[in-house]
Design a protein around this ligand. Structure first.
Ligand code: ASP
Length: 437
């Protein structure tokens, strides 16, 4: 049995929703469907969720917001008419407008995109409609309650052989609507998959799957056919945007694979995200991702290696200044910490002062302008020469490596390069590992 979540562009208008119906009807295992609100129909279009935020903001400022609401209304009427269903969407829209004018909260307002799209989709598919307000719960502090949700959602799903469950929101103990953070329909899909004990959680989007590298940097990168949760986490952390971060946990706990699929090319296999793979893996490298905007703070002191507690004192200076660090490469007499620029901005002098007082180093240096690139692959452990290939590729591309860090999982190698070399480095690594026929 499969739970299918459809992202905003997959349900942006009637034409897209017709594709959704074909997809659902082509496989009897696809029984629970989680839609987003209508997203962008074309480049430059506005998502309904964004319009709802704007509407709520306008009304809160004391404006009528009528113009914005009119656009929202028209989008849903167009979908309803395009699908040829008879849902009385006008009265739902009227109620929402009246609620917002009467002071309804922002979360309620912005969740209505999913709610209305869910009603239309349920009508069109002939599926039951399950309002997540009664099946996904947050506590009074707004923290998601997984166990209560699982029990209630499971009980509710049992009553419906097929159902549409809108994404993005649930409710608080007093009944008010609460949303997840942006992109949160992915989480709803994972919650439903876990409650239903699905065999697969299908996440339908407008891309062919998870790419081996950022398509804005590498032309036509390959699609990753299989990736583990841990590899995906490494890539996402370094900037690959695929799924909402919190969508992994519910299905990870239940060992349910996620299949990223393309609504516009439904027969393509997409990417399988799996708990663990026992494979005689074909590829050494699964993917490459990176981010700019890092700073290296280096400390040098003769005989540092013999000094007890040196590392701890540096870390305590970071902690005292409320600075989180990413990596800590070290040598015999040097120790560096790599920090996101946003962590250290404005605190440079204070940090150096504190480190000076705690450690009396010979010298200290701060270098902003570092980009980090993670080359990730579960196949690395078993393959000889991965690092050599990586460094040779960078050397041949004339990229100076400023830092190297291999994660202790042996699943990734992270290199730091000058920001100006970022794109060149990614292309060189991709070419060395992924670009083989
Ligand atoms: N519609 C919401 C958003 O735009 C949630 C989602 O699509 O996942 O963030």
């Amino acid at each position: 049995m499969k739970v299918c979540k459809f992202g905003g562009s997959s349900v942006a208008d009637a034409a897209q929703i017709k594709k959704v119906k074909e997809i659902i009807e082509s496989d009897r295992q696809r029984v629970y469907v989680v839609p987003s609100a209508p997203g962008k129909r074309v480049e430059g279009d506005t998502k309904v969720t964004d319009m709802l935020y704007a509407y709520h903001a306008a009304v809160s400022r004391g404006e009528s917001g009528d113009e914005i609401f009119e656009e929202i209304r028209q989008r849903f009427i167009d979908i309803r008419d395009g699908l040829g269903v008879s849902t009385d969407i006008e009265s739902h829209l009227d109620k929402i407008a009246a609620d917002v004018q009467a002071g309804a909260c922002e979360d309620y307002t912005v969740s209505r995109g999913e709610y209305l799209n869910g009603l239309l989709l349920a009508d069109y598919l002939g599926f039951d409609f399950i309002d997540p307000a009664g099946a996904i719960f947050f506590n009074a502090n707004g923290v998601y309650e997984s166990e209560k949700t699982r029990t209630v959602m499971r009980g509710r799903l049992r009553q419906s052989r097929t159902a549409v469950i809108p994404g993005f929101y649930g409710s608080m103990p007093d009944g008010t609507i609460k949303t997840f953070s942006r992109g949160g329909s992915d989480i709803t899909g994972a919650i439903v998959a876990r409650a239903a004990k699905a065999d697969v959680y299908e996440n339908w989007t407008d891309v062919p799957g998870v790419m081996m590298a950022d398509p804005r940097i590498v032309e036509n990168p390959r699609v990753i056919s299989k990736i583990t949760y841990r590899e995906l986490r490494e890539l996402s952390y370094m900037g690959a945007t695929v799924l909402h971060e919190d969508a992994i946990f519910p299905v990870f706990k239940a060992n349910i694979p996620i299949n990223i699929k393309n609504t516009n090319d439904p027969d393509a296999p997409g990417t399988m995200i799996v708990p663990n793979v026992i494979d005689n893996n074909t590829h050494v490298i699964t993917g490459i991702a990176g981010r700019k905007g890092f700073t290296v703070f280096s400390v040098e002191k003769a005989n540092m290696n013999a000094e007890l507690g040196f590392g701890r004192r540096i870390l305590s200076a970071l902690e005292k200044n409320d600075i989180r660090f990413e990596h800590m490469p070290s040598g015999i007499d040097t120790l560096s910490v790599v920090l996101a620029n946003s962590e250290i901005n404005g605190k440079e002098a204070k940090l150096m002062d504190d480190v000076y007082n705690l450690c009396q180093p010979d010298s200290m240096e701060i270098y902003a302008g570092l980009a980090l690139i993670a080359t990730v692959g579960r196949g690395m452990i078993r393959n000889v020469g991965v690092a050599a290939r990586l460094f040779t590729a960078l050397a041949n591309a004339n990229v100076n490596i400023r830092m190297i860090d291999q994660g202790s999982s042996e699943m990734n190698i992270i290199v730091g390069v000058d920001e100006k070399d970022f794109e060149t480095a990614i292309r060189a690594i991709y070419k060395a590992f992924c670009d083989q026929a």
